[in-house]
Design a binder for this molecule. Structure first.
Ligand code: ADP
Ligand code: ADP
Length: 217
């Protein structure tokens, strides 16, 4: 299946993407993760992206699209993929559509994770990310057994630079202005499904999976 997850920063896209991708045996492709790996690796791409990310702005489309094009060309993405964080504006969505159409394929479903602003702020303010494996935790909602240490790999947890209060506010504005229009874009294509993203992580995964199963039947 070819699936896209959309939703505001903090909705739980990364958290859900890992479970859904593993249920469907397809790779999870998270543009935020790829950018962050480039920033910590000190690559040219990382140097270019860092300023935009720290401010909470979108990295320019040409850079992002080239990166996604390369990733989608890899072997593991040929039978399907789950995109997390891409597309993030209508221009990216149009290019993705064209990119897939050139291969005679298209997206199957776009899942919108629906959660209100107050919950998003609570989730982002307590988010901690593992420096080694990238797994996401929350200080209150999903705490690791030992404070500051990733249960999965023993790596050090850190708070993302863009999860500071002021940047969070700006990212939510960017979402409303640039990313939210994707909702009607994909609704018009008939492939949008809303998923209530409140409540325990496993329940949200179940809701997402039932939309995906309904499509597959
Ligand atoms: P979140 O999980 O909080 O929504 P991400 O990890 O997806 O955030 O993205 C972090 C940052 O990486 C974004 O604020 C943006 O600067 C950059 N980024 C990620 N995906 C894209 C994209 N598709 N287009 C432009 N910039 C992106
Ligand atoms: P996104 O990728 O959409 O920015 P994340 O998956 O990184 O969102 O989740 C943001 C924060 O919210 C993380 O700290 C994560 O542990 C927490 N979180 C995710 N899903 C839930 C949930 N259903 N209930 C409570 N907290 C959650």
């Amino acid at each position: 299946m070819r699936v896209v997850l959309v939703g505001p920063p903090g909705a739980g896209k990364g958290t859900q993407a890992q479970f859904i991708a593993s249920h469907l045996s397809i790779p999870k492709i998270s543009t935020g993760d790829i950018f962050r790996a480039n920033v910590s690796g000190g690559t040219e791409l990382g140097k270019l992206a860092k300023g935009f990310m720290d401010r909470g702005d979108l990295v320019p489309d040409e850079v992002t699209i080239a990166m996604v094009r390369d990733r989608l060309a890899e072997n593991d993405a040929q039978e399907g993929f789950l995109l997390d964080g891409f597309p993030r504006n209508v221009a990216q969505a149009e290019v993705l559509k064209k990119m897939l159409a050139d291969f005679g394929i298209g997206l199957d479903l776009v899942l919108e994770l629906v959660v209100d602003d107050d919950e998003v702020v609570r989730r982002l303010a307590g988010r901690r990310t593992c420096r080694s494996c990238g797994k996401v935790w929350h200080v209150d909602f999903d705490p690791p057994k030992v404070d500051g240490i990733c249960d999965a790999c023993g790596g050090e947890l850190f708070q993302r630079d863009d999860d500071r209060e002021e940047t969070i506010r700006h990212r939510l504005e960017v979402y409303q202005e640039q990313t939210a229009p994707l909702i009607s874009f994909y609704a018009d294509e008939g492939i949008l499904r809303g998923v209530d993203a409140t409540g325990p992580v496993e329940e949200v995964t179940q809701r997402a999976m039932s939309e995906l199963r309904r499509f597959a039947d």
